[in-house]
Design a protein around this ligand. Structure first.
Ligand code: HEC
Ligand code: HEC
Length: 389
């Protein structure tokens, strides 16, 4: 990074930066191969589930098949004779619930809805294109098409709603939750329609069919192990953008680009998603919080090597990626409030950089590199600045 004034700065980390660049160049050669395989569909994130380093992937898959088969057998036994007792929970050898996968969906109208839901979830860019205002697909943050534990899996979510959420202080149905994901993570304000999918529409129904189908056999009182992105404890040294920059250059830039803009193939299809800027999640999304991003990164990144960063590295790099400008918080635009007001109302109680001045730029106004004094008080979506969207 050429920035002369990164802040907050306890350790300028220039030497580390140079070493990191060397490491990145070495890694680039390796990952270029990985990227090619990924684009060809050979490098499969489902098979690359995080935290599986201590087990043989093949053995786990077998144990999962057995767990599901046991569940189905015990369910049949219970149907035939209640004295056989309630069905077993399908739990794999790794201790996590074993979801049903889309290829098991039945050959009927419900199965069609499950398959459509899967298509929306994994290729939101195409299958909900009218409501996506950035470069994201749902599955970019919910790995393995929403099946992977500690990657906020959808089988764990399916049994949790309706639920009260502090974010909007009302009971949320699963439809409300998905509506929120489109609003923030998918930045719907910048989409062709400018809004999340219309309420009660097929996108919600199909996504919910997919989630419900995956969760078959899970207890309703939920909070299943593997739900959400378990956040590692905040390290004693806190979190630091400069240290995070070094972690980023050494472990992340090779796929996500040094400027965080991700990578697309020549046809404009996303290979590696953006982490900040126009095509990333907006300032209202859960991932903009340093703790939440640290939880996601610790368990899921670098892709295929989840669990390999220390807690300190996960927090630092989460801080770094969230210290750059991204699309505006839709609540600020909706309410016509200033960044400072939105900061006080919505961002005060979590660790994040919204409304802070970093590298001389006021974060949240949607204008990268703009000096604070000239920042417009209302802001506007970052995408309006570019010709491409
Ligand atoms: C930029 C990353 C990102 C994208 C893209 C994204 N989400 Fe999420 N999602 C999150 C985060 C962060 C959470 C909150 C997890 C937590 O707090 O532990 C979340 C939570 C959820 C939950 C609730 C999980 C639970 O256990 O309560 C659902 C359901 C969900 N997302 C669905 C979706 C859908 C559907 C899409 C696509 C329309 C989507 N998400 C796109 C980051 C993302
Ligand atoms: C080998 C390539 C690769 C490396 C290295 C890598 N990522 Fe990722 N990352 C991906 C891919 C691919 C996805 C989307 C996963 C999917 O769709 O299955 C992703 C998703 C993400 C997401 C959620 C989606 C988004 O764009 O916001 C974040 C955040 C993220 N990575 C951060 C990091 C960080 C931080 C590092 C370094 C510690 C890192 N990644 C290293 C390939 C990589």
């Amino acid at each position: 990074m050429t920035d002369p004034n990164p802040q907050p700065t306890r350790d300028p980390g220039r030497t580390t930066g140079r070493r990191a660049i060397g490491a990145a160049i070495a890694a680039a050669a390796l990952v270029a191969v990985g990227a090619g395989l990924y684009a060809l569909g050979i490098y499969d994130p489902i098979a690359q589930s995080p935290d599986r380093g201590t087990h043989q992937a093949g053995a786990i898959e077998l144990a999962k098949d057995e767990a599901r088969a046991d569940h189905l057998a015990s369910r049949d036994a219970y149907t035939n004779d209640p004295a056989a007792g309630p069905p077993t929970l399908p739990v794999g050898q790794d201790g996590y619930f074993v979801p049903r996968t889309v290829d098991e969906a039945p050959d009927n109208e419900f199965g069609d809805s499950v398959r459509r839901g899967y298509e929306v979830f994994t290729n939101t860019q195409t299958n909900a294109s009218q409501h996506v205002g950035n470069g994201m697909n749902c599955a970019n943050c919910h790995l393995g098409a929403g099946t992977v534990p500690e990657s906020a899996p959808m089988w764990a979510a399916a049994v949790e709603y309706p639920a009260f959420r502090g974010k909007n202080k009302i009971i949320n149905t699963m439809e409300d939750r998905i509506h929120g994901c489109f609003t923030y993570s998918m930045n719907a304000q910048n989409s062709p329609s400018g809004t999340p999918p219309p309420r009660d529409g097929d996108i919600y129904k199909d996504l919910q069919s997919y989630f419900y189908f995956m969760a078959e056999g899970a207890p309703l009182e939920g909070n299943l192990p593997g739900r959400g992105y378990p956040v590692p404890p905040e390290p004693a040294q806190g979190y630091d953008i400069s240290r995070g920059e070094a972690v980023f250059e050494a472990n992340c830039a090779v796929c996500h680009s040094s400027d965080g803009s991700g990578r697309q193939d020549p046809n404009g299809r996303w290979i590696f998603p953006a982490l900040w800027g126009d095509d990333a999640y907006n300032w209202g999304a859960g991932m903009h919080r340093v703790n939440t991003a640290a939880g996601f990164i610790k368990h899921n990144m670098p892709l295929g090597r989840g669990g390999s960063l220390t807690d300190q590295e996960a927090w630092d790099v989460a801080a770094y990626i969230n210290s750059w400008e991204r699309p505006a918080d839709p609540r600020q635009l909706r309410d016509g409030t200033s960044v400072a007001e939105t900061d006080a109302q919505f961002h005060e109680h979590t660790p994040n950089f919204y409304g802070d001045v970093i590298r001389g730029d006021l974060l949240g106004d949607g204008v990268p590199g703009e000096p604070t004094e000239q920042a417009p008080s209302t802001g506007r979506p970052l995408g309006e600045q570019t010709a491409s969207r």
